[in-house]
Design a protein around this ligand. Sequence first.
Ligand SMILES: Nc1ncnc2c1ncn2[C@@H]1O[C@H](COP(=O)(O)OP(=O)(O)OP(=O)(O)O)[C@@H](O)[C@H]1O
Length: 305
Amino acid sequence: MKAITVEQITKTYHHKKVVTEALKGISFAVEQGEIFGVIGPDGAGKTSLFRILTTLLLADSGTASVDGFDVVKDYKKIRNCVGYMPGRFSLYPDLTVQENLEFFAAIFNTTIKENYDLIKDIYQQIEPFKDRRAGQLSGGMKQKLALSCALIHKPTVLFLDEPTTGVDAVSRKEFWEMLHRLKIEGITVLVSTAYMDEATLCDRVALIQNGKLLSVSTPQGIVSEYPNSLWAIRANEMYPLLQAIKADPGIESIYPFGQYHHVAFKTPDLNRQKLEQIVKNGQYTGVEIKTITPNIEDCFMALMS
Ligand SMILES: Nc1ncnc2c1ncn2[C@@H]1O[C@H](COP(=O)(O)OP(=O)(O)OP(=O)(O)O)[C@@H](O)[C@H]1O
């Protein structure tokens, strides 16, 4: 049995005469025990998809199941077996750390003690602050408490909607390490993010843009399907260089990436000589050109263009 199935799901919002097609016929499946990433920019449809799968929103058409249960017919069963950490924090700011956790345990008829082993690694990091109000915690600590609350009833499938947005780099790294420990416990994780580099931390990812799935694959699979030849170029005059290269008809795409511009050619026969020619026509200093292997962000840029 698949942990999650999504078949041709559509969702349209009507708000003050504005019609937004948030999901335009999305289909994919998630295996049990997978860490499955839903990657996409703001407004791609990630939250709508998560709300449909956690039975908080009805789709217009299509079907979906979680842990073998239909999201419409069996919504009560799904609510008991999933954990959901929404994008905006789900905590009660006036309750303390411990009171928040006790509250979530109580609504699922369980206790902190009963499932302490599952949350121990995460909760121990915030336990010294157990009497502090949740509203007074740092972003990284709120995130750990929200994850503890989403796990306290030992769900089989965990939904995390943009859990690392606005969280510092160290806390992000720790968070992903925690997700890998949950995977070892057999929990399936569906996690959304707008950070493309986090795709490499998932077993498989779905890239979503404007309510459509562009690709579903392993991170390695996505990289191996990169279609263009890719180069990195830098000079002391980065902006004029970008404009000059962009204007060339042989260029598929160019975008700033760290200290370089990444340049994809339309055909493989256009290469270093072509870039050198463009550079020669301008007044650039400190020029460096090198061929590079695409990373996952380059692949997403190519798929989204
Ligand atoms: N209740 C609503 N009424 C009207 N439009 C909505 C509603 N909820 C979402 N939308 C629109 O649907 C589209 C998809 O939104 P959704 O929140 O699902 O995307 P997202 O990928 O989670 O983005 P974000 O990270 O910005 O929340 C957006 O254009 C959004 O403005």
